[in-house]
Design a binder for this molecule. Structure first.
Ligand code: FES
Length: 60
């Protein structure tokens, strides 16, 4: 997961960095990150990946 510009959600073109920013800006759960970034709102295949990133960033 080293590349910040890599899309974690291809459908919505949401990058790793975008997820991080959303958390830095106060998103405090998977749902809030989804709300703000729209990641997982396309095919849904990235859901567990996005969930894992959010969990590791929130450290829980
Ligand atoms: S890759 Fe994220 S919704 Fe399809």
């Amino acid at each position: 997961m080293g590349n910040l510009n890599k899309n974690v959600c291809n459908c919505r073109k949401v990058t790793f960095e975008r997820i991080e920013d959303s958390i830095k800006n106060g998103a405090n759960s998977f749902e809030e990150v989804v709300e703000e970034t729209k990641a997982t709102k396309g095919c849904g295949r990235c859901k567990s990946y996005v969930e894992d990133i959010v969990k590791s960033k929130l450290n829980r």
